[in-house]
Design a protein around this ligand. Structure first.
Ligand code: B1M
Length: 215
């Protein structure tokens, strides 16, 4: 039963059909399916398929855009339920979150933000295409414990290093942990840029953030 629903979810993204995606997300909520399962076992399968087709030249930018819009609509529909299910309510720490400069991919970053706030972190989501200056200013302003950066492009990953360098220059690196993520981010990259942690997905991001806080 769920398998069929997951398949329909993937298909709604492949079709770029935001209305169907929202309807299926609502169906997941009413039937008690874990919203994160709906995302990872349903909608993400579709968006990955469109991404692969785009990489091979079998799909074009309009399809990528429509898939992205449908994915965003589905995740936004599921977000309140993810927040509602978050059981831990104590404040674990302050996180400044952003997709780095030059990069407008927001879905994975927002998912990480939702999971972190559902798990008890206070999240300051600065959005996408955020410069190191803005990240630095917000880090200072809120006295963040963690700076969390997403990058989906091999060309924008370098901005993660730029932010770490800016934190060092401002004398803040000793007071703040840095975690990074996004499809092209690897363990090697994390070591190379001197970040404190990374994760391949949103659930892992919560575990990493907690361990960085010593929780
Ligand atoms: Co773009 N795009 N895109 N895109 N897009 C990719 C990333 C790409 C791999 C597609 C491909 O070619 N196969 C490719 C990058 C290639 C590369 O750099 N090697 C690509 C490209 C080339 C581009 C453009 C350059 C296309 C163009 O214009 N010619 C352009 C770039 C624009 C820019 O940013 N300047 C572009 C644009 C877009 C859209 C706007 C159309 C749209 C985004 C819409 C939006 O976000 N509102 C889009 C989409 C949808 C994708 C794919 C298909 C899906 C991304 C996504 O949302 N995944 C993507 C291919 C793919 O990844 N399969 C692709 C679902 C999401 C839940 O996963 O974001 O990976 P993800 O996040 C995960 C993990 O990575 C991790 O947890 C999340 C949840 O599990 N994670 C973290 C993410 N951040 C984290 C942070 C953490 C920890 C974990 O700690 C801080």
């Amino acid at each position: 039963m769920s398998a069929e629903l997951f398949q329909k979810m993937a298909q709604s993204i492949i079709d770029g059909d935001s209305d169907a995606a929202v309807e299926l997300a609502n169906e997941a909520i009413t039937t008690g399916i874990n919203p994160l399962d709906a995302i990872t076992m349903g909608f993400v399968i579709g968006v990955n398929q469109v991404g692969e087709a785009f990489a091979c030249g079998d799909a074009f930018l309009p399809e990528l855009v429509m898939a992205g819009e449908a994915m965003k609509a589905a995740v936004s529909t599921l977000e309140p339920e993810m927040e509602r299910r978050g059981s831990e309510r104590q404040m674990l720490g302050k996180v400044v979150l952003a997709t780095v400069e030059g990069d407008i991919h927001e879905i994975g970053k927002s998912l990480v933000g939702t999971m972190l706030s559902a798990s008890g972190f206070q999240v300051y989501d600065l959005g996408v295409d955020v410069s190191s200056d803005i990240i630095l200013a917000k880090t200072k302003e809120v006295k963040a414990d963690i700076v969390a950066m997403s990058a989906l492009l091999t060309t924008t990953m370098v901005k993660q290093r730029e932010v770490i360098e800016a934190l060092e220059k401002a004398g803040l690196r000793g007071q703040v942990k840095v975690m990074v993520g996004g499809a092209p981010v690897t363990k090697d990259w994390v070591q190379k840029i001197g970040a404190d942690g990374y994760s391949e997905d949103a659930i892992g991001a919560v575990a990493v953030a907690k361990s960085l806080m010593g929780a």
